[in-house]
Write a protein that binds this ligand. Structure first.
Ligand code: ADP
Ligand code: MG
Length: 504
């Protein structure tokens, strides 16, 4: 590489030059250069859909670029394979889980490198190594447990342990803290700093500014598949990074909070609300800028409380306020007119038009605004879809005409979320949002919800999955037998308290 002289302490170990990549005719990387240097942490920052994961998948050989090349130790590899990348000492913790659910923790950590003598696997040695590396991460995980029995956070640690145990020269971490607690993230950061001090080149992908400043030496922002900024971290501030991330195009269309009003406005509030025989005396509120979870087992009444925000359950006593006004909802149409967006627990019944185009699924709730003489045309649907495609990282062909049913469950959920964002809903109520959505896509959807809340949306999720609550909620209320039994915040949102208050 021409950029780094031999006198400086860091050298470029891996680089990309002019990488271009298209999916289904849509170019998602438009000529991207990147340099990972030894003894240095590069933060790769960008909004959902900016192209971060795609770029690093090219560096590990998972994707072949349409143009440009990966350069390892000054040697160009235009046709890099995963095996070549690994052999060159590049290791990645992917955003989606790559683990083998039916194998044990230790087997996963050693995957591909299981210790053996004359062909006989040394289980004891394998377990010992796995235990040592998990201990160094302060992770208290049974190395003989099957992966499928772990929580999402624990699985993330196993992935981290696997990457660390491979003695890589270049470590790429793609949003590794999404499923971790603050303490777990701090432990990981310590490890990353130590690896950096030992000379590893680290690429740390995130969309969180705090992490950029906590960890990185340099920061590179991707926006819409292009490099929008590349600086020494010490020479940039938050506003510069935000501006680089969102650019001009997004600033005027903050749809989630376009009703105005400062952060923290109460979007939904139940006060002493009852609907016999399903729930009684419910007090609950959801503010702009937060994700609130309503957690209860099946039959607890939690779903019915959620449904009451969409006019699907009558409130016979007490009140429901929407945006500070008491609302006596006559039904879903009334609820929509009050600015409520709603995703039911069953996509098929609850509003996903499976055989219809995704664009229509996005635009349908906004047709009074978008239609011409009562008709939505294909261009308008494509424009509506384009407004959300990148922002919510909807994995699809990118064509608004693609039938909804061709998308995965998680991406269908994102399309339904887009429908209500397009409609400029004031509050979003989602029942069992990740039912039927696989683990990787789940984390992705949580990220989208967190991002939307950070931009001012008010989100209520109703769920019977305690991990979901832990993963995504700022606050949680627990429902048992039709009544709120606990209101939890911060560290109190944990498995123990959730399950205890949910009863049984
Ligand atoms: P980021 O990691 O920055 O959130 P990604 O690299 O995952 O972004 O995605 C960039 C764009 O490429 C998005 O619009 C996404 O929908 C699209 N995309 C990513 N992977 C695929 C794929 N395998 N097939 C089709 N489109 C994809
Ligand atoms: Mg990504």
């Amino acid at each position: 590489m021409s950029t780094s002289g031999t006198a400086v302490a860091t050298t470029t170990v891996v680089a990309t030059a002019g990488i271009r990549k298209s999916f289904g005719g849509v170019e998602v990387l438009k000529g991207v250069d990147l340099e990972a240097r030894s003894g240095s942490v590069l933060a790769l920052l960008g909004e959902n859909g900016a192209g971060k994961s795609t770029l690093v998948k090219i560096i590990v050989g998972d994707y072949r670029p349409n143009a440009g090349t990966v350069i390892i130790d000054d040697e160009a590899h235009p046709t890099l394979t995963p095996i070549e990348s690994r052999a060159a000492g590049i290791s990645m913790i992917a955003q989606e889980f790559n683990d083998a659910p039916t194998l044990t923790v230790a087997e996963n950590i050693s995957l591909g490198r299981i210790p053996h003598r004359r062909g006989i696997v040394s289980w004891r040695e394998m377990n010992r190594r796995a235990r040592a590396i998990l201990e160094s991460l302060e992770a208290d995980i049974d190395v003989e447990a099957e992966i499928s029995t772990l929580t999402v956070g624990e699985r993330q640690f196993v992935e981290i342990a696997r990457a660390l145990s491979s003695d890589a020269r270049v470590l790429i971490l793609d949003e590794p803290t999404a499923a971790l607690s603050q303490h777990e993230a701090d432990v990981l950061f310590d490890r990353i700093r130590r690896l950096r001090d030992q000379g590893q080149a680290i690429v740390y992908i995130t969309h969180r500014l705090d992490e950029v400043f906590a960890l990185s030496d340099r920061v590179q922002v991707l926006r819409d598949g292009e490099v929008a900024l590349l600086e020494a971290t010490e020479s940039v501030d938050r506003p510069q990074l935000v501006a680089a991330m969102v650019g001009r195009h997004d600033l005027g269309t903050g749809r989630p909070d376009s009703t105005g009003g400062p952060d923290g406005d109460v979007a939904l509030r139940w006060t002493g609300a009852s609907s016999p025989p399903n729930f009684a005396d419910v007090n609950l509120h959801v503010g702009a800028g937060e994700v609130v979870a309503l957690f209860g087992k099946l039959g607890s009444g939690a779903l019915e409380i959620g449904r009451s925000a969409f006019g699907l359950e009558p409130i016979t006593e007490g009140t429901l306020e929407i945006g500070g006004q008491v609302a006596d909802l006559a039904g879903p149409v009334d609820a929509v007119n009050h600015g409520i967006g709603f995703l039911s627990e069953d996509r098929k019944v609850g509003g996903a038009f499976a055989s219809r185009p995704v664009g229509e699924n996005v635009a349908v709730a906004s047709w009074p605004r978008l239609a011409t003489r009562g008709i939505l045309n294909a261009d308008v649907e494509q424009q509506a879809f384009n407004r959300w495609l990148g922002r919510l990282a909807i994995r699809s062909s990118g064509q608004a005409s693609q039938p909804m049913e061709e998308l995965s469950g998680g991406n269908q959920q994102k399309v339904l979320v887009s429908r209500w964002l397009e409609r400029e809903a004031n509050a979003l109520v989602m029942l069992e949002p990740t039912r039927g959505v696989d683990v990787g896509a789940r984390a992705d959807l949580y990220r989208v919800l967190r991002d939307l809340a950070a931009q001012g949306a008010a989100i209520l999720i109703v769920t019977s999955d305690y991990e979901e609550v832990i993963a995504v909620a700022d606050r949680a209320s627990v429902v048992a037998k039709g009544r709120i039994t606990a209101a939890l915040e911060g560290d109190d949102i944990n498995m123990n308290s959730l399950l205890t208050h949910a009863g049984g």
